[in-house]
Design a protein around this ligand. Sequence first.
Ligand code: LLP
Length: 455
Amino acid sequence: MRAINFSANFYIIFGGKLFSHEKGRSKISHLTGGGVDCLKLAGTFGTPLYVFDTGIIKSRCGELRETFLNRWDNTRVRYAGKAFLIRAMAKLIADEGIGLDVVSEGELYTALSAGFPPERIEMNGNAKSLREIDYAVRSGVGRIIVDHPDEIGIIESCAKEAGRVQKIMIRVAPGVDAHTHKYIATGSTDSKFGVPADSREGSMLTEAIRFARTCEHVSMRGLHFHVGSQLFDTDDYTKSIEKIIELMKSLKDSLNFTTHELNMGGGFGAVINPAIPAMKSEFYTEPMMKALHEGCAKYGIEIPRVILEPGRWFVSEAGITLYTVENVRELPGITYIAVNGGMSDNPRYALYQAEYNAVKADDIDGEIWHPESGGKVSIVGKCCESGDILIDDAEIQRVKAGDIIALYNTGAYTFSMSSNYNCLMRPAVVFVENGEARVVAERQTLEDIIRGQVI
Ligand code: LLP
């Protein structure tokens, strides 16, 4: 691991609420994160580079502790590792006292290799393999979130073999169509995730609960739902909660089943523009908890333990990606800024038309560029596809080949969704805090590209 110390010349927290900087020492202002000059980061570690201000991630953990965990009894938070999981991130989350949601043996292995306490881990996944279930059970994970009823029998036999009783919850689809991109909406009844929230006699759900209760090595603790991702209003949550409470009530009446635990999933939104204040966790948790308490009171059922599993909200605004401009192509009506990364390190525009903001890292206050040729400025990647776009219509300072640009708020679902498309090497990840930077995931090398291949 390499560590370097930089003194901060200017103060700007990328992706944070604070957006101030000191002018005057020189005519231009550099982007810094965690007290480290991004230009120096690019120079030292190369580009493309994922940079995370861990102070921001820790403050998110603190915010949820204060406004949710300490405010409401019997509550838990599990960070959804799919947003960004490497060993150093797992360690950070473990140290903050938060739990972890994993969805594969790879994520579980990453977490365990960082010493993550297994009892604070839950395993999700709509198509878990027998091997994954067995690994999770043997590792002693706190909960397995059953997505398909077939898993229950497998968990029973794995737990019997391991001499354990495995706690489980069943994921239900509440039948709410979330207001978000269709690829990240997961709560409708025709979703590929979970079991329809149907308590009628003979339904998938009632049969699954009945069967789970016959299993000696399975302890059925409650229900789980995740309505969607990148949500900016709370209606989807409160509507889902109302439906789930009705479901809890009818499961109580028909099966005498008590929902001891209710996992309400993730989905808290992350803003794309660093000048816009981040979403506060209370914006979500207050109406959610109010809906739960009111609903439980209305139906006379006991308030379950509440578990939340946001991913993006913890990390999106804590991350930036630094790129080097390879060339600029000014065409009539459109100017392309081509950088040395692209959809291989951030496929989110290609997949969801996700929006980002960018700056020239050593001139963050400079005037926005309006090319003489007219039209928009597009920041594009180096992959061999016209859809390899990072920002379709960017507002950025004038740049030339060799300049460093930063895309803000790229901490979530970028590293974790990166690929080796076009045999590009995955960028390194650097954590910055208090003026110190350290590499926490090495840049891939050419050897990594051909690792394991034979002729
Ligand atoms: N819990 C479950 C069961 C989930 O399926 C997800 C996300 C989360 C929690 C965390 O959601 P978050 O708080 O991060 O929104 N690749 C997409 C996002 C896919 C999310 C899938 N499930 C993107 O880049 O926007």
